[in-house]
Design a binder for this molecule. Structure first.
Ligand code: DQA
Length: 152
């Protein structure tokens, strides 16, 4: 039986994690985050696909592809959280169960980060737990997929 495929999508500047504003985002690199998620995926029995891009259209294209090839989406939209109608519309059109994650607690930061275009088209959002936000988000998504009608 093929495992449930989930796309893990990282938005702009997340390729710089580890060195980027470590007082906000920590010292964990994107590679570290993905390595941890891969271990969790084995335990959870899901297959993960990863993509990071600094380009909005590439992220939109990835969501379109995921609609045909994956069962769920775990996304840190990064700055596009606060700006991208295109990414939000892509997620809405894909109809894929989506969990939005943020390393930092966006509600404790500048007011322009308090609004998310993605939140209304996501099942839920996890914000503020550093690299753990991704791991919590993956568990939340897999739990949702395994208990919802979407999986029957
Ligand atoms: C972020 C929060 C965003 O406001 C910011 O633009 C990012 C990272 C986070 O993970 O905390 O790039 O999504």
């Amino acid at each position: 039986m093929t495992a449930l495929a989930i796309l893990v999508l990282h938005g702009p500047n997340l390729n710089l994690l580890g060195g980027r504003e470590p007082e906000i985002y920590g010292k964990t690199t994107l590679q570290d985050i993905e390595d941890d998620l891969k271990l969790d995926a084995v335990q959870l029995g899901v297959e993960l696909r990863f993509l990071q891009s600094n380009h909005e259209g590439i992220l939109v294209d990835a969501v379109h592809t995921a609609a045909m090839t994956c069962r769920g989406l775990l996304i840190n939209p990064a700055a596009y959280t606060h700006t991208s109608v295109a990414l939000r519309d892509a997620i809405a059109a894909a109809g894929l169960p989506t969990v939005e994650v943020h390393l930092s607690n966006i509600y404790r930061r500048e007011s322009f980060r308090h609004f998310s275009y993605i939140a209304p088209v996501a099942i839920g959002q996890i914000s503020g737990f550093g690299a753990q936000s991704y791991r919590l988000g993956l568990r939340a998504l897999v739990t949702y997929l395994s208990t919802s009608d979407a999986n029957t």
